[in-house]
Ligand binder design. Structure first.
Ligand code: SF4
Ligand code: SF4
Length: 294
């Protein structure tokens, strides 16, 4: 990857919290603008219109298709940008935009817990949960996916609060899921259960943006749980030895932490997520030895 590109990426990941806060404020600003009859931006994270550009949550569009059995071209056009981002970067929506994740990360700061004893994400189980949500919605003939979309529900909650001055029942559901998830279940919602993130991850390209671990550059504790990158991961993954995908949402926190140690973790466009090539210094030493032996 070119130096310019990697600098841009690292700047983007360093500004993640700012973007997350901006995306939450955006959800508050939209209904406020609409109250003033300014409709250049409308909607929420189910479906958002900025001027003439539509962004639609692919899960929302899928649910529409399943429940009506009709193609809606407007919805199909609206999912193209979210799907392109998911194709290149996986669940970047989760780590940069989703307000549920921001609230969960803030709550984790207030109630920090040591990252230990978390069962590993199993890819088959992960996809089975997504299929389960879809089957449940079809059998029920009811928009279950709408109600379990946390980013969408948070938008609806803020809209109700600003337009109608009422707190809908969704606020209780969001609080209950958030509290139980962070305090007792170690972010299992985002790691394994959320259908919004799972559907986006389904489109992640094999050569897309991924976390890459180079064991030879790692200078941290061999006790993996104590490693700073492992302690930093908001969704309790171990970037040193877990198969990170499909659970990892490419937030780059482990990479930022590793920057102060061996820089063994990098985020880049790559297919093979493990790379055991020696680092530059080591390669140099090997070349010198080879030259001396020749
Ligand atoms: S997995 Fe779901 S709740 Fe978690 S960050 Fe992604 S969209 Fe939000
Ligand atoms: S493994 Fe790294 S990039 Fe993935 S979610 Fe954890 S901290 Fe974020």
């Amino acid at each position: 990857m070119g130096l310019k590109k990697s600098k841009m990426l690292s700047l983007l990941f360093r500004k993640r919290r700012l973007i997350q806060i901006g995306s939450l404020i955006f959800l508050i600003v939209i209904p406020l603008l609409n109250l003033l009859n300014l409709e250049v931006v409308t909607g929420n994270y189910y479906s958002l219109r900025i001027w003439k550009i539509e962004f639609v949550d692919p899960l929302f569009a899928l649910q529409h298709l399943l429940l009506t059995l009709k193609f809606n071209w407007q919805l199909l056009m609206g999912i193209s940008i979210p799907l392109l981002i998911a194709f290149l970067g996986g669940k970047l929506f989760c780590s940069f935009i989703c307000p549920y994740n921001l609230l969960a990360e803030w709550l984790q700061k207030i109630l920090p817990a040591k990252k230990t004893n978390v069962f590993k994400v199993n890819a088959k189980r992960y996809w089975a949960v997504l299929i389960g949500w879809i089957i449940l919605t079809v059998i029920a003939g009811f928009p279950i996916l709408y109600f379990v979309s946390m980013p969408g529900q948070i938008g609806v909650f803020l809209g109700d609060l600003i337009f109608l001055k009422v707190m809908g029942v969704e606020s209780l559901m969001i609080l209950a899921v958030l509290g139980i998830d962070v305090v007792f279940l170690k972010r299992i919602w985002c790691r394994e259960l959320c259908p919004v993130g799972a559907l986006l991850q389904r489109f992640h390209w094999n050569y897309g943006l991924k976390i890459n671990y180079n064991e030879i550059d790692c200078v941290c504790s061999t006790d993996e749980i104590d490693s700073p990158c492992v302690q930093r991961c908001p969704v309790y993954l171990n970037p040193k030895s877990d198969p990170l995908y499909p659970a990892c949402f490419n937030c780059g926190e482990c990479v930022k932490e590793c920057y102060y140690y061996g820089e063994a973790l990098k985020i880049k466009f790559i297919k093979d997520i493990t790379n055991f090539e020696p680092n530059f210094k080591q390669r140099k030493e090997e070349q010198t030895i080879n030259k001396e032996e020749a």
